[in-house]
Design a protein around this ligand. Structure first.
Ligand SMILES: C[S@@+](CC[C@H](N)C(=O)[O-])C[C@H]1O[C@@H](n2cnc3c(N)ncnc32)[C@H](O)[C@@H]1O
Length: 266
């Protein structure tokens, strides 16, 4: 059930503001992307395999770098995001790079019925479901849009990581979903990402909640992997070893930081 709290409007404003900040960040390396760099990380690349001619639905596509990277690899991509600024930028980047992709502004949880298409792959990565109050509707959406035998490729920050405070030192939040986490934010996870003070609304989702929502919506889980690193430099104090594997300085490799699920529509 969706909460009465207007999380859509609060988070849309938050992500509109963050998108503007992210566009100039080293973290997202837009100049590198424009010069042809693929923004996808090894975890999802190994799960995706050959995507040529595949129809892919990218949930929570942000400003489209990963979606357009998939399109450059030969896929037919549709990206969806709550932020109108992110969607406008994604459409602009598609034109600028002469890459064919469709982008639709929508809450993922309201997306059923907004396109008639069905997809070979539904894809979502890093920092997505924490913005969603209801994983039953999310999993139903994944299942609705997958063709029979289609693949769900999902990589996310581990719920244990999302339990930690800003310094990734102490436990601050519950592992299990409970009331919405309502906070004030003045910066993003990117380098130098300061922005005006804005409210955010988020939820932590345990692994069992994610897996059971998918199972009960006819997604067979083929693999569930956990990793002791995060592939983006999101930690304030961090170590990188080997290149591209980031860990918080306080806990190094003791915590699960990322997980990945590969599923098939039954
Ligand atoms: C951390 S970013 C996505 C990560 C992506 N891998 C990236 O870095 O490009 C989270 C995205 O989720 C979007 N978002 C938040 N809540 C949403 C919702 N309810 N429906 C659709 N998109 C949402 C935000 O606008 C933002 O673009």
């Amino acid at each position: 059930m969706k909460p009465t709290l207007d999380y859509q409007e609060i988070n849309r404003e938050l992500w509109n503001t963050k998108t503007a900040v992210h566009l100039t960040s080293e973290f997202y390396d837009l100049p590198g992307f424009l010069a042809g760099k693929n923004s996808l990380k090894p975890i999802e690349l190994s799960m995706l395999g050959d995507v040529r001619e595949k129809d892919i639905l990218h949930l929570q596509c942000h400003f489209g770098q990963d979606s357009l990277s998939l399109a450059r690899m030969g896929a037919n991509v549709t990206g969806v995001d709550l932020s109108d600024v992110a969607i406008e930028k994604a459409q602009h980047l598609a034109k600028l790079t002469d890459t064919n992709a469709e982008f639709i502004q929508s809450d993922v949880l309201d997306f059923i019925g907004k396109t008639e298409k069905r997809f070979d792959i539904v894809f979502a990565t890093y920092g997505t479901i924490g913005w969603l109050p209801d994983l039953e509707i999310w999993a139903k959406t994944v299942s609705h849009y997958l063709k029979p035998s289609g693949s769900f490729v999902f990589v996310e920050g581990h719920p244990v990581l999302w339990m930690m405070d800003e310094d990734v030192k102490d436990v601050k939040y519950r592992y299990f979903k409970s009331d919405p986490i309502i906070e004030s934010e003045t910066s993003s996870y990117t380098d130098g990402g300061q922005h005006k003070e804005l409210k955010s609304v988020s939820w932590n989702h345990s692994l069992s909640e994610v897996v059971n929502a998918l199972i009960s919506n006819n997604i067979r889980i083929n693999r569930l992997d956990e990793f002791d690193y995060f592939p983006y430099p999101i930690f304030k104090e961090k170590e990188e070893r080997p290149q591209g594997h980031f860990r918080p300085i306080h806990h190094q490799d003791k915590l699960p930081l990322t997980y990945a699920i590969h599923g098939t529509k039954m």
